[in-house]
Design a protein around this ligand. Structure first.
Ligand code: SAM
Length: 282
């Protein structure tokens, strides 16, 4: 095997690696915030890598983008205003705007270059960028949330890079407190929460930080994502009010197409594995 034909993301702490065979490197640049690379792969379409970590591929991004958005949107009783913190590839924004109830969706990514490269290399993810309900801001999401007025938003989707560099503060109790303060009464945050297999400690710390910020109900959901370490990813919803009311009928009658998400997947994703229950006393 010629290593130069493969992109490999190593996770030394876990002793694992994931590789994709590449056709060519399409782009690389050091932005103000991070090192961005785009590859054309043999079988996964285009691949975006930030600081050496796989972010998005053409072929499998639907798992992540659908599961970061539709479960929380069909759990909230009446979502109208959504913020996406990070999410510069615009895939989450596209899924959010499939919901007719949404009146405003603001994407706040610190790095404009991620979005500009997505427009070129992942145009299908950017299809909703010109929707009149969409607004793109290129500023620090931590500051945006800190400065926001109470009752400004119904759902905050934290679609960030891993908790290092500019994203580190997005995993802190202070950030969740700021989210709590600007959410409406039934408000919810959903955040990508890494792999329960590889990062259980981090997941536990996130959940503790969310609880300490005042969120009374937490729910971690699970989904496949072969591009990310271990191939099994999670998102955690922190809600100000009870999380019981899945709008199952609405999900069953959703007026738009998805590749992965449906009402059965929704219910299955909320099932808690035994080792997770044990770790978090559920
Ligand atoms: N799906 C990806 C994953 O889990 O690996 C995340 C994709 S998305 C491209 C991550 C985005 O988070 C990047 O575009 C990065 O610029 C953004 N980001 C990191 N820190 C941020 C911050 N403090 N405020 C706003 N956006 C941030």
């Amino acid at each position: 095997m010629n290593p130069s034909e493969w992109f490999t993301e190593q996770v030394p702490a876990a002793g694992t690696a994931f590789s994709l065979k590449i056709k060519q490197k399409l782009h690389e640049e050091q932005s103000e915030f991070q090192f961005l690379e785009i590859y054309e792969t043999e079988t996964f379409g285009n691949l975006m890598v930030i600081d050496g970590c796989t972010m998005v591929s053409t072929r499998d991004n639907f798992f992540y983008h659908e599961m970061m958005t539709h479960p929380v949107l069909y759990t909230h009783p009446n979502p109208k205003r959504v913020w996406i913190i990070g999410g510069g590839d615009c895939g989450a924004l596209k899924e959010v705007l499939k919901h007719d109830s949404i009146e405003q969706a603001i994407q706040i990514d610190i790095d404009e270059r991620v979005t500009r490269l997505s427009e070129i290399y992942f145009p299908e993810l950017c299809e909703a960028n010109n929707d009149p309900r969409a607004e793109l801001k290129f500023i620090d999401g931590i500051k945006w949330v800190k400065d926001a007025a109470p009752n400004s938003v119904d759902i905050i989707i934290v679609d960030s890079t891993d908790p290092i560099g500019p994203a580190e503060g997005l995993f802190s109790a202070q950030f969740y407190r700021d989210c709590f303060n600007c959410l409406s009464e039934d408000g919810m945050v959903v955040q990508q929460s890494e792999s329960a297999l590889l990062h259980l400690k981090l997941l536990g710390e996130m959940r503790d930080a969310m609880s300490s910020a005042g969120f009374s109900h937490l729910q971690t959901l699970f989904f496949p994502q072969c591009l990310y370490p271990s191939g099994w990813w999670s998102a955690t919803i922190a809600s100000k009010s009870a999380l019981a009311n899945f709008r199952e009928q609405d999900a069953n009658n959703k007026p738009f197409e998805t590749v992965f998400y449906n009402a059965d997947i929704h219910k299955a994703a909320f099932a808690q594995p035994e080792f997770v229950k044990k770790a978090f006393g559920l």
